[in-house]
Design a protein around this ligand. Structure first.
Ligand code: ZN
Ligand code: ZN
Length: 311
């Protein structure tokens, strides 16, 4: 079968690969749509824990052998440890991720454990299905933030995660949402979706700031733009460096929360939410064009904000 394979630093290639091995507890999924994630662009440019050769793709949906439409929750936690017992399965120490630690959705078919399948209700089209996973990240971050009624929200980064945070915050009844991005194209999209746009940096003072970039500079900005007692939620992973003013954090009783992935409940909530979203920022491409579009995005193209590959 055809698959887009990460073969070495900076390189992805369309290749013929063997059919997936379907283990005892696995289900074969015929992939219909699979989103390219910013973490994959970063992971191919500067390889870290994704080890080539690898079929990536952790944001995908498709059909089972008997034709049922499903979306895959790619976080495979152990389900038995102290962390899972606390309801924190997204940060289980033994977690594995489909498309990172085992072959993922940039292929015609993929084998996943039966427990990872989430049924797609009618009314969720394939474009929306391809956005469930990033949407679930935003649902989780919003839940962690525990937003006060009428919150003023700042979002740094108008990529897929930032736009998902925007749409979750809008349905969460935030009073005002401002978004910052260095790309004018992405700012224009955020504005069309209903955000106030501040240009490359946030300019106001906020109850909550979501950092969907994760650079040292955006970490710093996310805290500097909070009111005293405010909460910054960090979802981005661009830099390992924190880079913020710790004295300001102490004196202002500001809080920083890391947000990683989602619970099963967040994922289910995302399935319900995406059907009602404006997804004009999402574009589908055939898998055969995957290497080209992946490379363009990796080299800094700002649009499409989200590319979905369709085998
Ligand atoms: Zn992702
Ligand atoms: Zn566990």
């Amino acid at each position: 079968m055809k698959a887009l394979v990460f073969t070495g630093p900076g390189v992805v290639e369309l290749r013929d690969v063997p059919e997936p091995e379907v283990g005892g507890d696995d289900v074969l999924v015929h992939v219909v749509t699979s989103g390219i994630c910013g973490s994959e662009l970063h992971g191919v440019r500067t390889p870290g824990f994704r080890v080539p050769p690898l079929v990536m793709g952790h944001e995908f949906a498709g059909r089972t052998e008997d034709g049922r439409p499903v979306v895959v929750n790619p976080i495979l936690s152990c389900g038995r440890c102290d962390i899972c017992a606390r309801g924190l399965s997204n940060v289980c120490r033994q977690r594995r991720i489909v498309g990172v630690h085992l072959p993922g959705g940039f292929a015609e078919r993929v084998a996943v454990p039966a427990g990872a399948l989430v049924p797609l209700p009618e009314g969720v089209d394939w474009t929306a299905a391809g956005i469930v996973e990033p949407a679930a990240n935003a649902v989780h971050a919003w839940a962690l933030a525990d937003a006060p009624a009428g919150a003023k929200v700042g979002i740094i980064g108008a990529g897929a995660i930032g736009l998902a945070c925007l749409q979750v915050a809008m349905s969460g009844k935030a009073a005002r949402i401002e978004i910052a991005d260095r790309s004018e194209e992405r700012c224009a999209i955020a504005s069309r979706l209903g955000a106030d746009v501040s240009g490359p940096e946030l300019t106001g003072e906020y109850d909550l700031v979501f950092d969907a970039v994760g650079a040292a500079t955006t970490h710093e900005q996310s805290l500097a733009r909070l009111r005293p007692g405010g909460v910054a939620v960090w979802l981005g992973l661009a830099d390992k460096t924190a880079g913020f003013d710790a004295a300001d954090l102490v004196r202002g009783e500001k809080r920083v929360l890391g947000s990683f992935a989602y619970s099963d409940a967040d994922f289910a909530a995302a399935v319900d939410l995406v059907a009602g979203w404006d997804l004009s920022w999402v574009t589908s491409f055939p898998l055969s064009e995957g290497a080209e579009i992946f490379t363009a995005l990796m080299n800094g193209h700002a649009t499409p904000v989200k590319a979905l590959l369709t085998p």
